[in-house]
Ligand binder design. Sequence first.
Ligand SMILES: [Zn+2]
Length: 330
Amino acid sequence: MQRESNLSVFQQDATYSVYYIYVGSSQHITPETIHNYISRIHPNFHFNPTYENNNSINFLERVIIRNQFPLPINIYRKPTTRDTTINFLSNHPTEHKTAAYRYLINRMLSLPLTEERRQTEWETIQTIAQNNNFPNTNIARLKAEIQHKAHTRTTKDEHRKWATFTHHSRKVRKLTNFFKHTNINIVFKSTNTIQQSIKPKNPQKIPDYNNSGVYKLTCKTCNMSYIGQTSRDMTQRYREHVRYIRNNDPQSAYAQHILRNQHEYRTITDTMTLLKPIHKTSLLISYEQLFIQTYQYNGTLITEHNRGEQNPLFQLAIDTGLTSQIFHNK
Ligand SMILES: [Zn+2]
């Protein structure tokens, strides 16, 4: 591991002053003394002095200016800064899109800048925002919001829980708004980052029938479906359904349907479809209910099926078309 010191050196005639950022005091010392001292601590420590230019020096991302005390500072941007943030027009949650600006505005407001420098920084932030398609009003509102928050104390509720939602589109807000007055905080994850786009698709895809998850069994006579879930693989579950039918045992609603109506079932490939591969057992029941509700809504569920309790959140997902993005196979 390579370590670097963060000492900044100011040239003052023939002597050098070292500014320890955490103390703020100075000692008269030469670069050689510092170098010797640092190399004695550990041979891997390197000493890279940065010399001031026009009475100012870049320290971390600040510019420290030596013309008065306490040392005035300004915000430093590398000459190579590209000023690119998540574009306002991209399909990302607002929280992600504004995160960079939140950081910039917070920094602008919290650093001890002169009014003039603060104003210049504010103009820079607005330019960056414009270049990334943000409306000016949006950024101004964000600034006002941050300023307002800084003045009002927020009481933190330690009992708050966090839940992650995938941000497919803005429609997902219709679901998350339900949690507004609960102690569940929502965070979004996006599916359209560059990293996700260039990642090679899993080349070793598990064959459908070796998966666990939610499946449907279709009746070959009336084309209606049975929805089930299994934490084992689908082949085993298919064999069980077939055994119920052969033994005249109406244990599953599918066996009941086939036996009662003398309808037809066929081979696993003709009859069984994996709707959603699921490897987390705790999610099986929820997804099963979501599919049952969807098939019932579309009128394609066998009448023998146990309907379960209607879930209003699932109904909203169905109504807004969110389910089409969740389903693996239709
Ligand atoms: Zn049937």
